[in-house]
Write a protein that binds this ligand. Structure first.
Ligand SMILES: Nc1ncnc2c1ncn2[C@@H]1O[C@H](COP(=O)(O)OP(=O)(O)OP(=O)(O)O)[C@@H](O)[C@H]1O
Length: 354
């Protein structure tokens, strides 16, 4: 548990960056600090690894005041990912990632072996290990930054706008990877972002901050969306609130229609779900194709029960027959969902179903 106890930070020039912050960040959770530029997010985060010292109050890790822990010892237990990866330009990818283990006293070969493992964990091709940072794309550099922060297996990971410098598609990929990684490794992650969508998509808990480092609300994404504490939080989440809320309901209980048996032509009729339409499944090629009455052919979107109602609605709206296929846990398509099946979520909102 990371605890901020009435923490304030006023810089020597009088700038009040953080004001009387009380926050409890549970071990193993993903907490996102979000808010407009200059509202004290980075300053708050840097007080966790003592890059910034509070002018009032205390920061504790598992009950111990971090002011009493040597800064070097403290930081060895805290990984730090920067906006532009912050890699050493004259060291190879492998040696960048091995840096912390070398500091921890491992031999060069042991450190490199650990670095290889870390690169694999973040999905970086081993062939890139001997390149220099400038020879990588922005997204790859950011992965190296995450690998380096994770290499020493620290219980806490701090991430400062880690995805802001990469394009939107790579950003979504990296976000998905970090989400999977977190489910696997269960670190205590604290991330700073000014992007409310990123915060809502990644955080278990979100701390919304306003200028002057004033905490406005500390809550789950769904609560922040549906029960903003004040007009400041409301202004952050008001746009597309209805659609965003659909991200928090899964297809777990959706009333799907089971697929029938294929006819003699091998195609599955969709009946009243989409009159005249047929489904062609090629299990060997792992493809699914909707076939329309006028000869149309379109690849079918496939989702799982764990996916969100928002992604299902998007897929249904984009489908020529207004259907999306649902896979079972073995990745076999078993049923389909149409607009009518999603209607209860659209009609009653997500709160009662999330
Ligand atoms: N070393 C410093 N000396 C004086 N003022 C500082 C210093 N570091 C930060 N500040 C000021 O403190 C306030 C909070 O800065 P901080 O970087 O924590 O905000 P932020 O919310 O992370 O912003 P951004 O999203 O733009 O990174 C800002 O007004 C900033 O100018």
């Amino acid at each position: 548990m990371i605890t901020f106890e009435s923490v304030s930070k006023t810089f020597p020039d009088g700038t009040k960056a953080v004001t009387d912050l009380d926050l409890e960040i549970p071990t193993g959770s993903f907490t996102v600090l979000v808010g407009p530029s200059g509202c004290g997010k980075t300053t708050s985060m840097r007080m966790i690894n003592r890059m910034v010292a509070p002018t009032a109050g205390r920061v504790l890790i598992d009950g111990q005041d971090i002011a009493e822990i040597r800064a070097v010892t403290l930081r060895l237990g805290i990984g730090y990912v920067l906006q532009n990866a912050g890699l050493f330009p004259h060291r190879t990818v492998l040696d960048n990632v091995a840096t912390v283990q070398r500091l921890l006293g491992l031999s060069k070969s042991q450190a490199r072996a650990k670095a290889h493992e870390a690169l694999e964990r973040v999905g970086l091709d081993a062939a890139l290990a001997n390149r220099y940072p400038a020879q990588l794309s922005g997204g790859q550099q950011q992965r190296v930054g995450v690998a380096r922060a994770l290499a020493a297996d620290p219980p806490i990971l701090l991430m400062d706008e880690p995805f802001s410098a990469v394009d939107p598609i790579v950003r979504e990929e990296l976000q998905a990877e970090v989400r999977h990684l977190q489910a696997e490794i269960k670190k205590t992650i604290v991330m700073v972002t000014h992007d409310i969508d990123e915060a809502l998509g990644l955080g278990d808990k979100i701390a919304v901050m306003a200028p002057g480092g004033q905490l406005q609300q500390y809550d789950t994404p769904l609560q922040i969306l549906t029960r903003p504490a004040n007009s400041f939080v409301n202004s952050l989440v008001a746009k597309d609130r209805g659609f965003r809320t659909l991200s928090f309901a899964t297809l777990k209980d959706v009333d799907a229609t089971s697929l029938g048996s294929p006819g003699s032509d091998g195609l599955i009729p969709l009946g009243v779900g989409a009159p005249g339409w047929l489904l062609e499944l090629d299990m060997a090629l792992r493809t699914a194709t909707w076939r329309g009455p006028d000869g149309e052919e379109t690849g079918a979107a496939v989702l799982h029960r764990g996916d969100s109602v928002r992604s299902a609605l998007d897929a249904v709206l984009a489908s020529p027959c207004s259907l999306v296929l649902l896979m079972d846990e073995n990745d076999v398509p078993r049923s389909y969902v149409g607009l009518e099946d999603l209607a209860p979520y659209l009609r009653h909102g997500v709160r009662s179903r999330a």
